[in-house]
Design a protein around this ligand. Structure first.
Ligand code: NAP
Length: 301
């Protein structure tokens, strides 16, 4: 049964261990006086508990692989101008390889303007318009963490994508649209024929039933039912939805966009929630931090 599950947590641990090894090898082969670890900065505005938990996880993962992480925490009422000026300072600092601005930002801040102010070479979230645009050209510098996490899951789990029919449900800028572009390119984890579905897709079930690989990034709990999945399909569930559950101490549990129990018997491989795509996101960010660090050393990976 277990070999049907694509275990994101396990793959993530494996990739982090490999990354730590890469950094340790690098450190061993370079003079101590010239050495500094890869450095990620997280910018947090306000006191959103989920955002605080996310940046906490990023710091923990950095510590595990031997990278340096710094948290810059600003009050909720920081002005747009002051936040932009803090970003400019980070852009200028040579000791920082990359930084992220944890989203969402308070309502008075224009998120798109903030993202666009991040220097593309330090944009390890890959949300800058230039970095998103480079995906279309097949010259991605930083792939956003969730699509990169999906590519890494497919690669490590040895899921063949070449010549496969992929159906992506959900066309967000951070997940659905980039993963559909990436999988359609002529790359090792690519060369798929991709259909991108959304809320105006005329007959969604007809589309999803065609999928050899079905990727759900919808934000609706248990939306993909068994009768929407082709027997033998690989199912990648990006959704993270909290549903109330009185049997849980915290009063809720997390479920995906796929009705896991019902789809499991039909799928050839499936990612669980939690412990699937979500477990890969922080690792993908570390991979981008490493790429930024290498670029600062004059090495393109
Ligand atoms: P989003 O911005 O919330 O957009 C949802 C997409 O789903 C939209 O494109 C929407 O279509 C489409 N959609 C909604 N209802 C639909 C329906 N009935 N039929 C077909 N398509 C429908 O998406 P997101 O930010 O990518 O998030 C999606 C899910 O992934 C959420 O549960 C989120 O929490 C999760 N997520 C997980 C990770 C991770 O690390 N695992 C990272 C990011 C997001 P329209 O464009 O037509 O509105």
């Amino acid at each position: 049964m277990d070999n049907k599950i694509i275990n994101g947590k396990e793959i993530s641990n494996q990739l982090q261990t490999e990354l730590r090894q890469r950094w340790e090898n690098w450190a061993q082969n370079h003079p101590a006086a010239l050495l500094r670890p890869p450095h990620l900065v997280a910018v947090l505005v306000g006191n959103n508990p989920a955002s605080e938990a996310y940046v906490g996880n990023k710091a923990k993962a950095c510590a595990f692989v031997g990278f340096k992480s710094t948290l810059l925490h600003f009050e909720t009422d920081i002005s747009q101008a002051d936040l932009l000026s803090e970003i400019e300072k980070l852009n200028q600092r040579a000791d920082i390889d990359g930084f992220i601005v944890q989203l969402p930002l308070p309502a008075h801040i224009d998120e798109q303007q903030i993202i666009s102010a991040i220097h593309p070479d330090k944009d390890i979230d890959g949300f800058h318009p230039l970095n998103l645009g480079k995906i279309i050209l097949g010259k991605a510098q930083f792939i956003p963490a969730t699509p990169l996490g999906i590519l890494e899951l497919l690669r490590v789990a040895q899921i063949e994508t070449k010549g496969k029919k992929v159906v992506v449900v959900g066309r967000s800028n951070i997940v659905g649209t980039p993963i559909s572009l990436l999988l359609s390119r002529n790359t090792a984890v690519g060369n798929s024929t991709v259909t991108l579905c959304h809320s105006h897709t005329a007959n969604l079930k007809e589309e999803t039933l065609q999928a050899d690989i079905l990727i759900a990034a919808i934000g609706r709990p248990l939306f993909i039912k068994a009768d929407m999945v082709k027997p033998g399909a690989v199912v990648i569930d990006v959704g993270i939805n909290s549903v109330s559950d009185v049997s849980q101490k915290r009063g809720f549990r997390l479920v995906g966009d796929v009705d896991f129990e019902a789809v499991f018997p039909i799928a050839s491989k499936i990612t669980p929630v939690p412990g699937g795509v979500g477990a890969m996101t922080v690792t993908a960010l570390l991979l981008n931090t490493w790429a930024a660090f290498m670029a600062n050393q004059g090495i393109k990976i």
